[in-house]
Design a protein around this ligand. Structure first.
Ligand code: ZN
Length: 421
């Protein structure tokens, strides 16, 4: 148990952005013998082989082929997302204000803004610059307390505890100290190794610099940044790496841009997954009809964090279907198809979990409140296959630090493994 959780903590702490989450997943897969494919190459795949293909450096699809392929066996698909809500730096807007370097931000996804203030923040992202032989791309992570977004003193904002609407443009600029925009750019250029005569272009994010860790009297809670949805990415990769020989093609899709609606080339609402599955069938000697037949016999397990019942806000939950911390994998259903689960997919999954002794529970939203969503419905719709949405219950979803149960992550990993069967 501790090995899996230690590995999860390492994965989260090494993955401050979607780029890092995808790169670290790819490295783990490569260490387990997965071969990198390029989308631009002609693929020649070997029975029993293990492969991974990345897109934009922030999303990937990995798959294991069975020793003997047949279209009827289809695919077993695990999905999760690499991105988390956060603050993206607008580097060109950096300015010296009242003696301090203030860096403006834009808000990515549904952030609980107040949780980002008055705490040490690191800087991480991707740098790109032109060279005579093409674009140079580097990931970087300045894992130091470089920035802080200070609140206004309570004496000057007496009503703040009655609730305060932070204006992202006015109130959320990050303070980097007594320095200048030129110093910041120099620091970044030095970190990524950009040559002095060149100007790098940055995709730069602030992140929670305090690492993910265990907490609670018995260390049975996990508290940290980006649990939504790096816990699911970790479970998907662990399940795919640990999967034994199956009849179906086992697949893990880690998508980007879930937190902003999934419509991008590397998001779940794209042709990426469908095209890769199509190419797998063609490379194995199948044709277009075999591809459709394979999809007809396939199943999708979409993994994303679920809302654990919060002991201080019991009225926010439907009392008949409220996942608790420590209660196992939450199966999510929603009549408006915000989740793709139906009775067939739920029972197929629950029966496998029962057989393996993996605890499951149910989640439905209160009927008078809007429901969140995830990538399950888009993937199921684009591929035309049966799926379900599950996840580990967490507290404070989209806070800079979220809280989950250690046992629930072990249950999700076991359930993903059993699903690939
Ligand atoms: Zn999520």
């Amino acid at each position: 148990m501790t090995e899996v959780i230690d590995d999860l903590l390492r994965y989260i702490n090494a993955s401050p952005t979607a780029f890092h989450a995808a790169a670290n997943a790819r490295q783990r897969l490569q260490a387990a013998g997965f071969v990198c494919l390029s989308e631009g190459d002609r693929w020649s795949l070997t029975a029993g082989g293990k492969y991974v293909v990345e897109r934009n450096g922030s999303a990937l699809i990995a798959f294991r082929l069975p020793a003997q392929w047949s279209a009827e066996a289809g695919f077993r698909l695990l999905t999760a997302h690499t991105d988390s809500p956060g603050l993206k730096v607008k580097l060109p807007g950096s300015a010296d204000v009242a003696n301090l370097l203030m860096v403006p931000v834009e808000v990515y996804g549904g952030v609980i803004l107040s949780t980002w203030l008055d705490r040490p923040l690191g800087l991480a992202g991707r740098a790109v610059w032109a060279t005579p032989s093409g674009l140079e791309v580097r990931l970087f992570n300045l894992d130091e307390p470089l920035a802080v977004i200070p609140n206004l003193a309570v004496h000057l904002n007496r009503d703040i505890n009655q609730g305060f609407a932070y204006n992202p443009r006015q109130h959320l600029s990050a303070c980097l100290g007594l320095t200048s925009p030129a110093d910041l750019r120099q620091r970044l250029d030095d970190a990524v190794g950009c040559p002095a005569e060149t100007s790098a272009r940055y995709e730069l994010f602030l992140y929670e610099q305090t690492p993910a860790q265990l907490s609670g009297l018995k260390r049975d809670l996990l508290t940290g940044p980006r649990l939504d949805n790096l816990t699911s990415c970790h479970a998907a990769i662990a399940a795919l790496v640990g999967a034994t020989a199956a009849e179906a093609v086992s697949v893990a899709f880690l998508a980007d841009h879930e937190e902003v609606g999934s419509v991008s080339a590397q998001g779940a609402n794209s042709a990426f997954l469908r095209d890769v599955l199509h190419r797998v069938v063609l490379a194995l000697g199948g044709d277009a009809e075999d591809c459709l037949r394979a999809l007809a016999g396939s199943q999708l397990l979409s993994m994303d964090s679920a809302h654990a019942v919060h002991p201080s806000y019991l009225d926010k939950y439907d009392s008949t279907a409220t996942p608790v911390i420590g209660g196992g994998v939450a199966i999510k259903t929603n009549v408006s198809q915000r989740y793709c689960t139906n009775a067939l997919s739920a029972e197929r999954f629950a029966a496998k979990c029962r057989q393996a002794g993996i605890p499951c529970q149910s989640f439905t939203n209160r009927a008078d409140m809007p429901c969140g969503s995830t990538i399950g419905p888009a993937c199921a719709a684009l591929l035309g296959l049966e799926g379900l949405d599950v996840g580990t219950p967490i507290l404070a979803m989209h806070s800079i630090r979220e809280t989950a149960g250690v046992q629930d992550h072990l249950a999700l990993t076991a359930a993903a493994t059993v699903f690939l069967g």
